[in-house]
Design a protein around this ligand. Structure first.
Ligand SMILES: *Cc1c(COP(=O)(O)O)cnc(C)c1O
Length: 384
């Protein structure tokens, strides 16, 4: 991290980078090693064992810390393992306020793994009055995902952080959907940012990984100690792949957004489509807030096809360029049916209360030529 004032597109390429001391190699070596030689017992160069530290992973952590304007970053084997460590870091019996429209896997983690250790309350975090009502009860943490998945609801990070500070509640933002290119929660007042590196940050659908960034040394140390004790550290090769992918984060995010905005507008005019949700559309109920706290709107679109499960199925079976798959944020376009796929772990009744109906389709718009993507969608909508 040579120069803290570098702009984002420079940081993605240079933060954490330096030529290899031994050879001058411009790209970081993959330190594919489990252990490190010590000069004398306990005398080493900062690396003892790869579960604890690895030089390739360190470079990725330095890069990610710079992107989220954080002092500390911790990289783990998956987004969910990072979240698990954070849950272990809270004292037993903690109350956590969580957005009610969080990633399906996060919901499952909270309700089926940590539900005996902690107490979770799922609320609509777009409602500031409701948020304050719950913060008054002094929970340990408030967990925000904004925009949410798949309804792309937007919570006011700055206002919620102000309220949370008033009641001394730790704020966590899952920033996976926007990536630090479009949104930097720590700058808006959050205590911790968490990411699934699997998505936009790596961006090439070839790695699963997670990360946490913070300026809170005590919390970082606690989570690092837990990672070292429990063991979900990322492999050097995966860290290297993320370092490779991250270099193009700025240009990728620009293109994701350009394509997504064009497709969202096109879908909004389509007669086979009931409704489109995209933060960049004027019709989005929180478009103004989106413009205020994000510097762009991302590549995720949610829309409702006219009809029900039958029509959705026909559409999903017909698209070709949009691959029917879970996950998001890769260079290639994906389509997901949350009710059957990513959000199936949420009971149907709760799903429908949230608005995740059988005709809801989620697009992760890639960086292909937009005309090809629209042609693909047009064909599938005609069949639906
Ligand atoms: C994918 C995802 C996660 C989980 O991350 P993994 O890397 O799959 O473990 C958490 N939050 C959001 C918003 C995600 O999209």
């Amino acid at each position: 991290m040579k120069n803290k004032s570098n702009k984002f597109a420079t940081k993605v390429i240079h933060a954490g980078g330096h030529p290899d001391k031994e050879t001058g190699a411009i790209m970081p070596p993959i330190f594919q090693t489990s252990t490190y030689v010590q000069k004398s017992p306990g005398k080493h160069q900062g690396y003892e064992y790869t579960r604890s530290h690895n030089p390739t992973r360190t470079r990725l952590e330095e890069n990610l810390a710079a992107l989220e304007e954080a002092k500390y970053a911790l990289v783990t084997a998956s987004g969910l393992s990072c979240m698990s460590l954070m849950m272990h870091a809270l004292p037993e019996g903690s109350t956590i306020i969580s957005g009610d429209d969080v990633y399906g896997g996060t919901y499952r983690l909270f309700t089926t793994v940590f539900n005996e250790r902690h107490q979770y309350k799922f609320i609509d975090t777009t409602d500031l009055k409701l948020v304050e009502k719950h913060l008054k009860e002094k929970p340990a943490m408030i967990w925000l995902e904004t925009p949410t998945n798949p309804l792309l609801k937007i919570s006011d990070i700055k206002k919620i952080c102000e309220l949370a500070k008033k009641y001394k509640v730790m704020t966590v933002v899952d920033n996976t959907f926007m990536s630090p290119y479009f949104q930097t929660p720590l700058v808006l007042g959050a205590d911790v940012v968490v990411h699934s590196l699997t998505k936009y940050i790596n961006g090439h659908s070839d790695v699963v990984g997670g990360a946490m960034m913070t300026n809170d040394k005590k919390f970082y140390d606690k989570v690092w100690t837990l990672q070292n004790s429990i063991g979900p550290s990322q492999s050097p090769f995966d860290s290297w792949l993320v370092l490779r992918g991250i270099k193009t984060l700025a240009v990728r995010m620009e293109q994701h957004q350009k394509n997504a905005l064009k497709i969202a507008k096109w879908l909004e005019e389509h007669k086979k489509v009931d409704k489109v949700i995209y933060p960049g559309l004027k019709s989005h109920p929180q478009h103004k807030l989106a413009k205020k706290q994000m510097s762009g709107f991302g590549g995720m679109i949610t829309f409702f096809v006219k009809g029900g499960l039958k029509e959705s199925r026909k559409f999903l079976e017909t698209v070709k360029l949009f691959a029917l798959a879970e996950s998001l944020g890769g260079v290639e376009s994906l389509v997901d049916h949350p009710a059957i796929m990513t959000h199936a772990s949420i009971p149907k009744k709760i799903r429908e209360e949230l608005g995740i109906f059988d005709n809801l389709i989620r697009l992760s718009v890639g960086i292909e030529d937009c005309d090809d993507l629209i042609e693909d969608l047009e064909k599938a909508l005609t069949k639906a």
